[in-house]
Design a protein around this ligand. Structure first.
Ligand SMILES: *[C@@H]1O[C@H](CO)[C@@H](O)[C@H](O)[C@H]1NC(C)=O
Ligand SMILES: *[C@@H]1O[C@H](CO)[C@@H](O)[C@H](O)[C@H]1NC(C)=O
Ligand SMILES: *[C@@H]1O[C@H](CO)[C@@H](O)[C@H](O)[C@H]1NC(C)=O
Ligand SMILES: *[C@@H]1O[C@H](CO)[C@@H](O)[C@H](O)[C@H]1NC(C)=O
Ligand SMILES: *[C@@H]1O[C@H](CO)[C@@H](O)[C@H](O)[C@H]1NC(C)=O
Length: 336
């Protein structure tokens, strides 16, 4: 009897602990969780590089040592100059003329980010490995250079796209196809083709890199997860691989989910058997009851029949009694 409630309980447990997590890890959510605070932090470090800034010059920021490999730069520009001239080369970015910021500000700051060996940490991309560090290009209002937590301006290229020349790209694994990946500021991920071997293009700001699909195929959800993530650590030193908690959350969730499914399956089987046995028992009981009732009826009928036979009809009553008498014998043979 406690079977149904416990099944419901299990389903609830799965719903609350497994499914939401599984769904969450599949969303391109990372850039809206840990990556956005990083953007705010790097905006601050980049702005701190400005000391009596000249327009159009590149200023390299200093980041704290716990952000090890990350580098930031900042460039202040007039919006008019960005629109009419663009920026010939800003680190890896080539910004053509015709780029406009919304809302309009007189001067803006273009913050450049290179996430180095922390790329996969802040922009995890299951099933892919990075061939180049994740680079960011974000625009801010330049009116207050000591402001923190500034919202980004929305910059768009109206004519030609902004080009990103990944100059220090890892060599392409044999037989694989490189793809440009673009993370917009809301966590959307979009892939596009690589031009000239190492150039990506974009009409908007965000974070960019070049990736290839990980070697490990991913037909089943369990086994490929660790190898799928591991090659991405190509950018990370090998000791780092195992420390990514997200991998273990995913693997753990999947394993736990599978275990629960197996358990559910077993419970289901057991429940079926239980129900079956119960039904059989009920049927047996019912049959016995029917059998007894019939026997009694027949006995009664026999008595009445005999009584009737004694008095009048005879031939019409006797065959009917014969038919009803044989049925219970079939049932009693059938049941045990
Ligand atoms: C380390 O980084 C965090 C943010 O990621 C920052 O708040 C903290 O101040 C940094 N610590 C040092 C010692 O730089
Ligand atoms: C990234 O590389 C730097 C050296 O460039 C190293 O000091 C640091 O420990 C590395 N960080 C991680 C998380 O691997
Ligand atoms: C600039 O931003 C800083 C930090 O948010 C703030 O303290 C300061 O008042 C601002 N200055 C102006 C002129 O808005
Ligand atoms: C990319 O940069 C490299 C040097 O860093 C240069 O030789 C190459 O021509 C550039 N490619 C494009 C398409 O700008
Ligand atoms: C994603 O990229 C494709 C080209 O690869 C493009 O057609 C599509 O519009 C892009 N999606 C968004 C939301 O920008």
């Amino acid at each position: 009897m406690g079977l149904l409630p416990s099944l419901k309980m299990l389903l609830l447990l799965i719903y609350f602990f497994w499914l939401p997590r599984a769904v969450r890890t599949q969303l391109p959510g990372p850039s809206t969780t840990s990556a956005r605070p990083l953007d705010a932090l790097l905006q601050d470090y980049a702005f701190q590089a400005f000391v009596r800034p000249r327009t159009g010059a590149v200023y390299n920021g200093v980041v704290p040592s716990n952000l090890s490999d990350i580098t930031v730069s900042a460039m202040r520009l007039r919006s008019g100059s960005l629109w009419t001239r663009g920026v010939r080369m800003y680190k890896e970015f080539f910004i053509p003329m015709g780029v406009l910021g919304h809302p309009y500000v007189e001067r803006l700051v273009l913050v450049y980010q290179n996430l180095g060996n922390l790329s996969a940490l802040y922009y995890p991309l299951p099933g892919y490995m990075y061939l180049a560090p994740v680079l960011g290009l974000l625009a801010y209002d330049a009116s207050n250079l000591s402001a923190k937590n500034l919202p980004e301006l929305d910059i768009r290229a109206s004519r030609q796209p902004i080009l990103i020349n990944f100059s220090n790209m890892q060599s392409l694994p044999k037989g694989s196809v490189a793809k440009c990946v673009w993370f917009d500021l809301h966590g959307l991920v979009n892939f596009s083709n690589v031009a000239s071997g190492n150039v990506c293009s974009t009409f908007q700001q965000g974070h960019f890199s070049i990736v290839v699909k990980s070697r490990a195929p991913s037909p089943a959800p369990v086994s490929p997860a660790p190898p799928g993530r591991a090659p991405k650590a190509g950018l990370l030193p090998s000791g780092r691989k195992k420390n990514n908690p997200k991998v273990w959350i995913i693997v753990g969730s999947v394993l736990a989910g599978l275990a629960l499914l197996v358990l559910l399956g077993l419970l289901g089987l057991w429940g079926e058997k239980f129900k079956h046995r119960k039904k059989m028992q009920q049927m047996e009981n019912a049959a016995e009851f029917k059998h007894r009732k019939k026997m009694q009826q027949m006995e009664n009928a026999a008595e009445v029949g005999e009584a009737l036979h004694m008095t009048t009809v005879g031939s019409t009553k006797a065959p009917a009694a014969m038919v009803t008498r044989t049925q219970p014998t079939i049932e009693t043979e059938y049941v045990p």
